[in-house]
Design a protein around this ligand. Structure first.
Ligand code: ADP
Ligand code: C5P
Length: 286
């Protein structure tokens, strides 16, 4: 039988179809794979929705004085480096429509800002981004969609060295002047077993604090970042619904993801083309 419309309502889906529960997206991948870039691109395309980004980095534990003294021995890539309980509570609150105060983390001092927070309000879409956001099953289970950004390790290392130097207060210009990235990857990294061997490779005799600062990112990568990627990040790739090769360069993947989110948010395409057109919603009686 032909369905008979029994009720019409003229409502603007932009206002009325905001789901009761926000759509939670997890974005994981190795360091400098382009997670933040991908998130920014998704947020840009969803400009007509309320979207918030929560970084797992914000939940890094601040280092104690003792840990600060031996920062080169601290593993920032291990799951224990994060306060996962606090992250979980934060995402649970956001998912239930509450606003939260997210800590602010300083990569230069390895500390949280003790007196300031970032206010994150209730939204249609919550994006949770970080190297280990798929690690904890409780956090994972809050996600409606899981994306893994898959970028080659050598590309990531090159980007990370540049980013850490420019944005995160690490000084390795001297390293970049002395060695090309491929030299670092093929000659240095496989042979780095200790600080001493690293310094020997560079013909440096002095094990002083200046050298320590210069080489910290390289040592950190070989000693912690790469092994933790193999042990924790890569195994969590199996939980992903979507894997994006080449990160932010992959516009097709990002368009498809945005299209899926829009469908899930219940937004009709018409509204995108004619923002002033109200969609007539109807219920049918068979
Ligand atoms: P993640 O959040 O995974 O650490 P980011 O998106 O912050 O990665 O990217 C890491 C660095 O690489 C940043 O400096 C960023 O500008 C750069 N970057 C990211 N994607 C690209 C790309 N497709 N091409 C060139 N540089 C990129
Ligand atoms: O943005 P990205 O995903 O790369 O951030 C995670 C990385 O930040 C980790 O690989 C970790 O080694 C690094 N990190 C750091 N210093 C800190 C905290 C994290 O270099 N204080």
């Amino acid at each position: 039988p032909t369905p008979t419309p029994t009720h019409f309502s003229t409502t603007n889906p932009l206002d009325s179809t905001i789901p009761k529960q926000p759509f939670v997206i997890g974005v994981s991948g190795g360091t400098a794979s382009g997670k933040t870039t991908v998130c920014d691109m998704i947020i840009q395309q969803l400009h007509d929705h309320r979207v918030v980004l929560v970084n797992q980095d914000s939940f890094y534990r601040g280092l104690t004085l003792d840990e600060m003294k031996r920062v080169h021995e601290y593993n920032f890539d291990h799951p224990d480096a994060f306060d996962t309980e606090q992250l979980l509570e934060c995402v649970e609150k956001l998912k239930s429509g509450m606003s939260v105060q997210v800590p602010i983390y300083d990569f230069k001092t390895h500390q949280r800002c003790s007196d300031s927070f970032r206010q994150v309000n209730a939204s249609d879409v919550i994006i949770l981004e970080g190297i280990l956001v798929f690690h904890d099953a409780r956090v994972r289970n809050l996600m409606s969609m899981k994306i893994f950004v898959d970028t080659d390790a050598d590309v990531r290392l090159a980007r990370r060295i540049r980013r850490d130097t420019v944005e995160r207060g690490r000084d390795i210009n001297s390293v970049l002047e002395q060695a090309s990235i491929s030299f670092l990857k093929y000659a240095i990294l496989p042979s780095v077993h200790s600080w001493e061997s690293m310094f020997f490779l560079y013909g440096l005799r002095k094990f002083d604090s200046e050298n320590l600062t210069n080489f910290l990112p390289i040592m950190q990568y070989a000693k912690f970042v790469k092994p933790a990627f193999d042990d924790f990040v890569l195994p969590s790739k199996k939980f992903a619904d979507v894997i994006i090769p080449r990160g932010g360069d992959n516009h097709v993947a990002i368009d498809l993801i945005v299209q899926h989110i829009r469908t899930k948010l219940g937004q009709h395409d018409l509204c995108k083309i004619y923002p002033n057109v109200y969609v007539i919603q109807s219920t049918f009686q068979i």
